[in-house]
Design a protein around this ligand. Structure first.
Ligand SMILES: [Mg+2]
Length: 207
């Protein structure tokens, strides 16, 4: 027998109005999310840049540092050969990254990254994570709604628990709280702080 989620978004509808009423799929998503089955499964969701992928050297490189705020995207596009060859050099091998990768490998998981899809694909495919489902959004702040769409369009169920890892997690905390309320599940949000020379650190923002 299918267990339909106990989502009762109508009682606090204003919360979700503020969250994503502007979204072109607002009504459709609200209708569909109520019909999803809740499964006792943990979904691990991780950002890529500066969470699994150390960008410090990349940003410090003479070539990119001098052009970052100018024609950075154009430069990277022209130098994709260089970018691809060097990609694995930037993959941080600190214990913290491997701890998150272990979580990713031991659960169903999703790489939820922001920026230009083509560039992110180049990097992800070069650091041995290309077998994982991935969603790349244009804007970091779109991640909570992109996750909602992923559950509805791709996963077709609500995981009872979601763990989210991101170096800019604090910017998404409010929206993830609203998403958790909408899904009637538990979303644990972790801020990741990489440090290549040390272990790095992680802070849970939800508890
Ligand atoms: Mg990041």
């Amino acid at each position: 027998m299918q267990v339909v989620s106990n989502v009762d978004w109508t009682k606090d509808k204003s919360i979700y109005d503020n969250f994503f009423k502007w979204h072109p799929r607002y009504n459709e998503l609200l209708m569909k999310v109520q019909k999803l089955e809740v499964r006792d499964i943990t979904l691990v969701v991780s950002d890529f840049d500066d969470t699994l992928y150390w960008r410090y050297e990349q940003l410090q490189s003479v070539l990119l540092a001098a052009n970052r705020w100018k024609d950075w995207n154009i430069l990277i596009e022209e130098k994709l050969w260089w970018y691809k060859i060097c990609a694995d050099r930037f993959f941080d091998s600190s214990k913290l990254v491997w701890k998150i990768v272990e979580k990713i490998r031991n659960n169903i998981s999703l790489i939820l990254s922001a920026w230009i899809e083509e560039y992110q694909n180049y990097k992800i495919e070069n650091v041995w994570l290309d077998d994982l489902p991935r969603v790349i959004v244009g804007n970091h702040l779109d991640k909570p709604l992109a996750l909602l769409e992923y559950l509805i369009d791709e996963l077709w169920f609500i995981p009872s628990k979601i763990e989210f890892y991101d170096d800019r997690a604090e910017e998404l905390l409010d929206d993830f709280k609203k998403l958790s309320s909408l899904l009637n599940n538990k979303i644990s949000v972790f801020k990741v702080m990489l440090d290549k020379m040390k272990f790095g650190s992680m802070e849970e923002l939800t508890y």
